[in-house]
Design a protein around this ligand. Structure first.
Ligand SMILES: NC(=O)c1ccc[n+]([C@@H]2O[C@H](COP(=O)([O-])OP(=O)(O)OC[C@H]3O[C@@H](n4cnc5c(N)ncnc54)[C@H](OP(=O)(O)O)[C@@H]3O)[C@@H](O)[C@H]2O)c1
Length: 283
């Protein structure tokens, strides 16, 4: 598995499995087990996905050692704030039945994320989390946090796929030494992504699938990807991207697909901010 070095020197796998929208415990556990068997070592869950327990039990059943895997979870905004975030981290560890997490992210740039960040900094300095980061922080929020925090986030996880390529986010992240991680690398299977003509044309050239071309493209840009699937054959397909290289010409052709806007969630929309603030986390 190809890895990338985070700003604190820690190695992060370039491909992981995401488990958003897999609330069924047995199905989540099976996906993670299939992923481990296929060679994945990174799992991306969150307090809000209601499946941290299943991720923890999959690790136990896999027979892998804790230090062989990279476990990410996220703190939801109702648990932001210095004291609340520290408590929420302990509660998440209990659900995972683990002693530590490899990466903890603040799920949104909303509510008291500065207080929450100070809690993560403290947990990190105490050696209780291996790396800390944020999610859905757009360039101006990321810059602000990087300019004011004692420890800069090591990772920023944002929506990123061929229709929303995030070049400015990439530039900003590189400037501050933050690793970008792409959520919804397949645009959640929307916008006709798997039947797109340009992507199909490139995939045929290499005898690979469109899914593999999409993931390869992001990995070649230096972006970590965490595709979600509950199908074993797709899970295997999605990690099998290290035996071909897209040319500059392919990369340019894919660059032309960028629309610069989301069709999943617009964090600049005040109604979305209002809605997210009504979503409850876990106790
Ligand atoms: N930080 C955040 O705010 C945030 C938000 C959203 C997601 N995430 C993270 O990012 C991960 C990935 O994003 P996502 O789950 O939203 O969407 P995604 O990975 O872009 O797309 C998942 C969809 O693609 C399908 N799929 C997977 N592999 C395929 C393949 N090889 N061929 C055809 N279809 C395929 C899946 O179907 P099947 O499952 O039926 O195979 C599912 O419908 C999440 O699971 C989560 O960990 C984070």
């Amino acid at each position: 598995m190809q890895t990338v070095k985070l700003s604190n020197g820690m190695e992060m796998p370039m491909v992981g499995i995401g488990v958003y929208q897999v609330p069924d415990a047995a199905q989540c556990e099976q996906s993670v087990l299939d992923a481990f068997e296929a060679g994945y070592r990174l799992v991306d869950t969150a307090e809000g996905y209601m499946n941290e327990e299943a991720v923890g039990s999959a690790l136990k059943k896999s027979g892998l050692n804790r230090d062989e895997v990279f476990i990410t979870s996220k703190i939801w905004i109702t648990n932001f704030g210095y004291e609340k975030t520290k408590r929420a981290y302990d509660a998440a560890l209990k659900r995972l039945d683990m002693e530590y997490m490899d990466l903890v992210l603040l799920h949104q740039s909303l509510s008291d994320y500065y207080g929450a960040w100070r809690a993560l900094e403290e947990l990190y300095k105490a050696g209780r989390i291996r790396a800390i980061g944020v999610s859905n922080f757009y360039p101006e929020r990321l810059t602000d946090l990087c300019m004011n925090a004692e420890i800069k986030p090591m990772v920023n996880q944002i929506e990123c796929h061929p229709f929303l390529q995030r070049e400015t986010d990439l530039e900003c992240a590189k400037h501050f030494g933050v690793q970008l991680e792409a959520w919804a690398p397949f645009a959640e299977a929307g916008r006709g992504i798997f039947t797109n003509e340009i992507l199909n044309c490139i995939s045929k050239k290499y005898g690979k699938t469109v899914a593999q071309v999409i993931l390869r493209w992001n990995v070649q840009r230096g972006v970590v990807v965490i595709p979600k699937s509950v199908h074993k054959e797709r899970i295997e397909e999605n990690i099998n991207i290290f035996d071909f290289t897209l040319t500059d010409e392919d990369m340019t052709a894919i660059a032309a697909l960028d629309t610069g806007h989301t069709e999943i969630i617009d964090h600049y929309d005040w109604k979305i901010a209002e809605f997210l603030n009504t979503v409850k986390g876990r106790e």
